[in-house]
Design a protein around this ligand. Structure first.
Ligand code: SF4
Length: 384
């Protein structure tokens, strides 16, 4: 029987770098994009033999800005994928799109290329906040892109939002949520801003702290976080992962696969893979990738075979991100041992502290536990 596989395709190009972004992406010429697509095709084709053992359940085009690709380019990549891999009939095929980069014609072509889920990186409905983030689009441009996506027939759309943006207030965050709820996307991801090292943001905060005071304080940030859950739940979105909300039946299958430790193959520059309990990623060096895309030994890096204990740890800290939690039976099936035997003492302690609960054979974070999820994971996996 064929095994289930998810595909991730990295498109590392953006119109311009956002101020907070540390993803592997940047501006590129048309020629460079074309060269990259040709290399990607070669890499896809190099998995012909490997593909015989798998059936692909989801494909995710991430970036960067995949919507910089023309309809033809997207069709070419999807054509190569379908030529090599067996796709499940109802495979979820997502593409990240940046407002301001899509046209009706392009969206129709993506639909024709069998993309059936769009993920818009909006971040905020407030233009002042979009400017602070260094985004290339306004809210009005997002609205236009969203409407033409609906017109082009996309019935499964995610909107990404960010809270705790400098100068953002609880009130402006509520306004963003209200505006997006009114549009009724099927899925909303809501993350808090993290100031990553090496980004223009980090420099602004680091120097003399003059930007630091523009960040919402900890209490305000907590309030935004709570407001998100309250408003989205009330509007019919259920929280199925710490930062992800969906209408019933529209949970992102691709991301659920990550948290369930489904095998995935990453294609393209820097893309990560998880196969046969081994994690590795492709080179982040563009020249090297373009030259060696089909030679796995020349582009795979940091190959890490996970020991059983590491697999168990991943099972716990990835699985507990899901609101439904982890099934004790699944742990037993995967590792041939009882989760209580391995982590019982620590699990009991976090349950006593009100951070974890056990119900119907599942262990899951409590509301209090979600607020301090990283602490809970560390407590369960600690050695004493
Ligand atoms: S569009 Fe996305 S990937 Fe590109 S620079 Fe902005 S945040 Fe980064």
């Amino acid at each position: 029987m064929r095994r289930k596989l998810e595909l991730y395709i990295h498109i590392p190009f953006c119109v311009k770098k956002c101020a907070y972004c540390d993803f592997l992406s940047g501006p590129a010429s048309r020629g460079r994009i074309e060269e990259y697509i040709q290399a990607l095709k070669k890499e896809i084709e190099s998995y012909r033999k490997f593909a015989e053992d798998y059936e692909v359940s989801t494909v995710f085009f991430g970036g960067g800005t995949p919507s910089l690709l023309s309809g033809e380019q997207m069709e070419m990549i999807m054509g190569a994928i379908k030529h090599i891999f067996l796709l499940q009939e109802n495979a979820e095929i997502t593409m990240e799109a940046n407002p301001g980069t899509v046209t009706e014609e392009r969206l129709k072509a993506y639909k024709k290329a069998e993309i059936n889920r769009l993920s818009f990186g909006l971040q905020s409905a407030k233009n002042e906040e979009l400017t602070i983030l260094g985004r290339i689009h306004t809210f009005e441009e997002f609205l236009e892109s969203y409407e033409i996506a609906r017109k082009a027939g996309f019935s499964n759309i995610n909107v990404d939002l960010i809270s705790a943006i400098p100068k953002q207030t609880l009130e402006s965050w509520e306004e963003t949520l209200t505006t997006i709820i009114e549009l009724e996307p099927e899925h909303i991801s809501a993350y808090s801003l993290i100031v990553e090292e090496g980004t223009p943001f980090a420099e602004l905060y680091g120097e003399d702290g003059k930007w630091e005071e523009m960040l919402p304080d900890e209490e305000e940030e907590r309030n935004m976080y709570r407001k998100t859950e309250e408003m989205l739940q009330r509007a019919g979105y259920h929280r199925y992962e710490i930062s992800n909300y969906a209408k019933r039946g529209y949970e992102c299958r691709h991301n659920l696969g990550y948290w369930d430790r489904t095998e995935y193959l990453g294609l393209g520059l820097g893309a990560s893979s998880f196969l046969n309990q081994t994690r590795f990623h492709n080179t982040e060096d563009m020249e090297r990738y373009l030259k060696n895309a089909k030679e796995h030994e020349n582009i795979h890096e940091e190959i890490e075979h996970l020991k059983v204990q590491e697999q168990m740890e991943e099972f716990i800290f990835l699985g507990l991100r899901k609101m439904k939690g982890i099934a004790e039976t699944e742990f037993a099936e995967a590792f041939g041992t009882d989760i209580w035997e391995c982590y019982g003492k620590n699990i009991r302690r976090v349950i006593q502290n009100g951070l974890l609960e056990q119900e119907n054979g599942y262990l899951r974070l409590t509301k209090k536990g979600i607020d301090v999820s990283n602490y809970v994971f560390a407590e369960i996996l600690s050695e004493d």
